[in-house]
Ligand binder design. Structure first.
Ligand code: NAP
Ligand code: F7E
Length: 354
C-alpha cells in the first residue's frame, strides 16, 4: 500500500474525475465514494477504473453518501487516507431552490459529518488527515466588493450558497478548535467538456453541436446578463491538490480574474461555427432563479503568490475547447469550422459515409 492515499467524495462529478486523474498521475492510491444508482453514474471515471482484482489497480470505489454519516466513518476507517477532498454536493444552484433541505443536508451537514469523522479518527490514531473543502464563489452572492478575495464578506443568495457558507465556517472551526489540517478552496466557476449538461456553459456548447448536426432547433435559456469568472476545471483541481501540500492549512480564492456575461459566451461559441446565436436562443423564465448572483470576479493573487498557481487557458480558449469537444462527439470536427450551416450538414454526411 502506498502512503499517498486520497479519499474523494463526488468522484463521479466533473472535478472528481479530473482530480482523480491528477492524483493517479502523481502516484496516489485513490478511493472514491459513489452513490448507488439504478443506472451507471461512473461515465466520467470509467477510463481510469481498473478491475480491483488487478495488482496494478490504484482506483477503488466505495458506496456511500454524504447524508449517511455511519458509512462515511466506516469508509474512513477502512481506507485510512492521508488526504480527503470533499467534492460531493448537490451542486446546482437553481435546483437548490427546489430541494433546499436535501441540498443543505448533503452540502452543509455532509461536510460536518466528514469533519466529525476525521476529528475522531485523528484523535484515536494520531494520524493527521488533510481535508479539502470545495467552497464556492456563490458564497459571495450579492457582492459587496469587486474583485472578491479571501477576506470579502459573504452574502449567499441560494440554499446551495448558504450551505456552502456553513461548510466553509465549519472547516475553519475544526481547524481552529481541534487542529485539523482543514482548508477551504473558494473556487469560481470552472468548466470543461465534462461539465454537467444543465450548467449554462455546457448547455450552450452541447446544444450548439446538436443545432449544427440538425438535431435541435432552439436553445431555451434564462438570464443572459449574469457575469461569471469562468476557468478550466483541469487547472482548478491542481489548485485543490496544491492547497493540501502547503506547510500550514489555509483558505484560497481560485479564479482567473476576468469576468464575462452569458451573452459573451454565446457570441464566441456560436461564432466558432459562423452562426448568430440570436437566431436560435429563446427565453424561458423557468431558468430564472428567485435570487440571482449578477456578477462574480475573483482575485487569485494569494493563490498565485503562495501556491504558484496560474490558469493555463483564457476565456476564448475555454469556450473553443468546449465547443470543439461537443462537435467532435457528434462527428463534426474538424470539418465544422468556417462553414455555412447547410454546408456543415452536407460535410457531416460525407464524413460519416467514409
Ligand atoms: P458535479 O459535477 O455536480 O459533481 C457532484 C458530485 O457529488 C457527483 O459525483 C455526485 O454524484 C456527488 N454527490 C451529489 N450528492 C451527493 C451525496 N449526497 N453524497 C455523496 N456524493 C454526492 O460538481 P463539480 O462541478 O464536479 O463540483 C465539485 C464540487 O465543487 C462540488 O462540491 C461543487 O459544489 C463545488 N464547486 C463547483 C464549482 C464549479 O464551477 N464546478 C465551483 C465552486 C465549487 P452523482 O454522480 O451520483 O450525482
Ligand atoms: O449558471 C445563468 C444563471 O448554473 C450560471 C455551479 O457549479 O458555479 C455553478 O453555479 C449563470 C447564472 O452556474 C441558464 O442564472 C441563464 O447566472 O451554469 P450555472 P452557477 O449558478 O454559477 C458555482 C461557482 C458553483 O459553486 C455551483 O456548484 O447562468 N443562466 N440561463 C442559466 N443557468 C443554467 N444552469 N441554465 C440556464 O438555462
Amino acid at each position: 500500500m502506498t502512503s499517498k492515499r486520497a479519499l474523494v467524495t463526488g468522484i463521479t462529478g466533473q472535478d472528481g474525475s479530473y482530480l482523480s486523474e491528477y492524483l493517479l498521475e502523481n502516484g496516489y492510491e485513490v478511493h472514491g465514494i459513489i452513490r448507488r444508482t439504478s443506472t451507471f453514474n461512473t461515465d466520467r471515471i470509467d477510463h481510469i477504473y481498473e478491475d480491483p482484482h488487478n495488482q496494478t489497480a490504484r482506483l477503488f470505489l466505495h458506496y456511500g453518501d454524504l447524508t449517511d454519516g455511519t458509512t462515511l466513518r466506516r469508509i474512513l476507517e477502512e481506507v485510512q487516507p492521508v488526504e480527503i477532498y470533499n467534492l460531493g454536493a448537490q451542486s446546482h444552484v437553481r435546483v437548490s431552490f427546489d430541494s433546499p433541505e436535501y441540498t443543505v443536508d448533503a452540502v452543509g451537514m455532509g461536510t460536518l459529518r466528514l469533519l466529525e469523522a476525521i476529528r475522531d479518527y485523528q484523535y484515536r490514531t494520531g494520524i493527521q488527515v488533510r481535508f479539502y473543502q470545495a467552497g464556492s464563489s456563490e458564497m459571495f452572492g450579492k457582492v459587496v466588493e469587486v474583485p472578491q478575495k479571501e477576506t470579502t464578506p459573504f452574502y449567499p443568495r441560494s440554499p446551495y450558497a448558504c450551505a456552502k457558507v456553513y461548510a466553509h465556517w465549519q472547516t475553519i472551526n475544526y481547524r481552529e478548535s481541534y487542529g485539523l489540517f482543514a482548508c477551504n478552496g473558494i473556487l469560481f466557476n470552472h468548466e470543461s467538456p465534462r461539465r454537467g449538461q444543465t450548467f449554462v456553459t455546457r448547455k450552450i456548447t452541447h446544444a450548439l453541436a446538436r443545432i449544427v448536426a440538425g438535431q435541435q432547433k432552439k436553445l431555451y435559456l434564462g438570464n443572459l446578463d449574469a457575469k461569471r469568472d469562468w476557468g478550466y476545471a483541469k487547472d482548478y483541481v491542481k489548485a485543490m491538490w496544491l492547497i493540501l501540500q502547503q506547510d500550514e492549512p489555509d483558505d484560497y480564492v481560485i479564479a482567473t480574474g476576468e469576468t464575462h456575461s452569458i451573452r459573451e459566451f454565446l457570441d464566441i461559441a456560436f461564432g466558432y461555427v459562423n452562426l448568430d446565436w440570436q437566431d436560435y436562443v429563446k427565453f424561458d423564465e423557468r431558468y430564472l432563479r428567485p435570487a440571482e448572483v449578477d456578477l462574480l470576479i475573483g482575485d487569485p493573487a494569494k493563490a498565485r503568490q503562495k501556491l504558484g498557481w496560474e490558469p493555463s487557458i483564457d476565456f476564448r480558449g475555454l469556450v473553443h475547447l468546449m465547443v470543439e469537444a461537443d462537435l467532435k462527439a457528434l462527428g463534426l470536427l474538424p470539418l465544422a469550422r468556417n462553414l455555412a450551416i447547410e454546408d456543415i450538414a452536407t460535410v457531416r454526411l460525407a464524413a460519416t459515409a467514409q
